[in-house]
Design a protein around this ligand. Structure first.
Ligand SMILES: Nc1nc2c(ncn2[C@@H]2O[C@H](COP(=O)(O)OP(=O)(O)OP(=O)(O)O)[C@@H](O)[C@H]2O)c(=O)[nH]1
Ligand SMILES: [Mg+2]
Length: 361
């Protein structure tokens, strides 16, 4: 380990917020040694309650997280927030300083908010976001909240990596239908209908409850995927929950220790319903622990992480460290004239990985 890394780790272990910010940048930019850093803090990961907050653009996720962070702070807990910036796909070049923000009362280092550019992440956005959440967890925050817009595969992956996933909708007509299409029904542990100050909020919540009931009832069927999102695993997860669901008569599934997905109403702007949300979050965390679902989810995530890091490593080796780009460049004329196929060239690149590897890189 290099001396810079050791220094950073010491400051990190001492709880210096600046060290956390630096560690996050290190990981986000995949600077040399970032995986050593993550490895070094790994034994401190796993204490935080990881909360994913997702939903359509403008649903009030950030406002809600702000209010939630306040409530968490009043309980004496500290909270880290990772916001995956959806609205500006070209913020990859934004100054890092702009993307670090400490909020809360003056001098309150119990809330740490970090936003991430949603494009251009070297090792894949989902993995990097999880690693940033790991850092916050290892740093000692009791709650780590990840905000993502609920559209697209990688956003779903991010939300799925939480212990507890909250899907935030609004009373707008069609929100729940959209959520269903986007695969949000399968990942939600808690539903929130925000903007409850608007008319139709109760109606929207009731509608959502009806949809949930219908879906729970046929949770064992394959649910057709939209937008190329693979719902198989999600459906399996939902099915295991349904199998354990408490209210057998109500949703047509049996089992003792189930989690009934609550549908809550909030007015994030006014902080209304936030205490109830925190309650539901605590309830879900308890349920996770009591049913050893937490252990199951975390075990699965460990395997996923190994696979993701291997894939990232391979990508880096082929394209950055080895001759992948050079071979591709050399093959370009033949590729363009049609005398070689993409598969042929790809094979050459893959074979070079083998020979380079054999040379003991
Ligand atoms: N009427 C009403 N407006 C709200 C409420 N909560 C948030 N808003 C407003 O809704 C808008 C979007 O809020 P955000 O918190 O930025 O929503 P978001 O889901 O984080 O948005 P993105 O991150 O861009 O997807 C803002 O203008 C908020 O002030 C609420 O409870 N009632
Ligand atoms: Mg937001």
């Amino acid at each position: 380990m290099k001396s810079g890394e050791r220094e950073l780790l010491e400051a990190f272990a001492a709880g210096e917020a600046r060290a956390l910010a630096r560690a996050i940048s290190w990981v986000e930019n995949a600077r040399p040694g970032f995986e050593r850093l993550l490895s070094a803090v790994h034994d401190r990961v796993g204490r935080a309650h990881r909360i994913g907050i997702t939903g359509p653009p403008g649903a009030g996720k950030s406002t809600l997280i702000h209010a939630l962070a306040g409530a968490v702070r009043r309980n004496g807990e500290r909270v880290g927030v990772v916001a995956v910036d959806p609205t500006s796909p070209f913020t990859g070049g934004a100054l890092l300083g702009d993307r670090i923000r400490m909020t809360g009362a003056a001098g309150d280092d119990g809330v740490f908010i970090r936003s991430m550019a949603s494009r251009g992440s070297l090792g894949g956005l989902a993995t990097t976001t999880r690693e940033v959440a790991d850092l916050m967890d290892a740093f000692g925050f009791e709650r780590v909240v990840v905000e993502t817009v609920g559209v697209g595969q990688s956003e779903l992956e991010i939300a799925e990596a939480a212990d507890t996933t909250v899907v935030v909708l609004t009373p707008e007509s069609g929100d729940s239908v959209q959520a269903m299409k986007a695969g949000l029904m399968e990942i939600a542990d808690i539903f929130v209908v925000n903007k409850a100050d608007r008319p139709e909020a109760s109606r929207a919540a009731a509608e959502l409850k009806t949809i949930l009931r219908i879906r729970e009832g046929r949770a064992f069927e394959r649910i057709p995927a939209h937008h190329g999102i693979d719902l198989t695993e999600l459906a399996r997860r939902r099915a295991s929950k349904a199998a354990a669901a408490k209210d057998a008569v109500d949703i047509g599934a049996a089992g003792p220790a189930g989690w009934e997905i609550p549908v809550l109403l909030t007015t994030a702007q006014e902080g209304k319903g936030v205490a109830e949300l925190l309650n539901a979050l605590d309830g879900h965390q308890r349920w996770l622990k009591e049913t050893s679902e937490l252990t199951r989810r975390r075990r699965q995530r460990l395997l996923e992480r190994v696979r993701a890091v291997v894939e990232r490593g391979l990508r880096t080796r082929v394209w950055d460290e080895m001759s992948g780009e050079a071979i591709l460049e050399a093959a370009r004329p033949e590729l363009e004239s049609g005398s070689r196929t993409p598969y042929d060239v790809a094979n050459e690149i893959l074979n070079s990985l083998r020979t380079d590897g054999a040379r003991g890189r």
